[in-house]
Write a new protein. Sequence first.
Length: 278
Amino acid sequence: MSENVSSLKDVPLADFCTYHTGGKARSLKIVYDVNGLLETAVGDFAVIGCGSKLLISDSGYDGKVILMRLSGIELTERGVYAYAGAPLPALARFCENNSLKGLEWACGIPGSVGGAVKLNAGAFGKSISDVVDYVDVLKESKLVRLSRDEINFGYRSSDISSVIVGAGFALIRTDEDMAALRKKYFSQRRATQPRGFSCGSVFKNADMPAGKYIEQAGLKGLAHGGAVISEKHANFIINTGFASSKDIFTLIRTVKAEVKSKFDVLLQEEVIYLGEFY
Ligand SMILES: Cc1cc2nc3c(=O)[nH]c(=O)nc-3n(C[C@H](O)[C@H](O)[C@H](O)COP(=O)(O)OP(=O)(O)OC[C@H]3O[C@@H](n4cnc5c(N)ncnc54)[C@H](O)[C@@H]3O)c2cc1C
């Protein structure tokens, strides 16, 4: 095994997700470079980037989990290239430092480049797919470059089913004050989003923002165990410190049932489940 892979057994996955809940993985491979990934990404496995969109079962994951820690961001002719494990805020700051515009809205999103491309992360009316030039993936143990046209991006989704190794972004050179833009986005986040352990928005927006449905269903502040629906932003479920994943899952089920019965709208989860939930 390459020295660029750390292999661990029976590891608590709560340490690798922003909800800080969930049980153990039977096997965890922390991968630091492409060779390590080529060695490791064989057979069945689940992938975690920064775990900022995941709800991991309290019974854990009975299999191999690959934790993507391939990092590195470099300038290219058309913008930047970032490895999948690079944190989005680092990518946004790199672009700012190089006067490149197109990813400044991503400064407050605590995900990895791989997770953001896979889920087509976005904020303030922008999505990562607006600036994706190409994506490198692992297909049958080979590196393959997908051009933007070969990928179908949707709202918080893509049809990429392979492990993302890195992505190229086409960006625009700018004279704008990028630091001022970053500060504006941060303060908008602080004003509208709660602090605490969460996965960001739990539900995808429907014909109206999911948070509005939840608020109008009178569910703000509803708690189960250590989980609570945020008073500040109803689409956030917060782990107050002692929640289990089951507590969070119970609130998710309650929200879906209440919104369905009051408005006949079935909200779809944006949060991704890892492991078994019932
Ligand atoms: C406080 C807070 C604020 C947030 N704000 C926003 C926001 O404004 N906009 C937004 O879109 N999201 C937001 N999020 C959600 C989250 O940060 C994004 O969805 C992020 O892009 C997820 O990346 P990740 O690396 O954490 O993915 P993970 O949670 O680790 O994984 C999510 C999914 O992507 C897959 N995946 C991860 N890496 C790879 C890879 N290299 N190859 C293939 N598949 C991969 C996983 O298998 C999983 O299915 C927020 C979350 C929090 C906690």
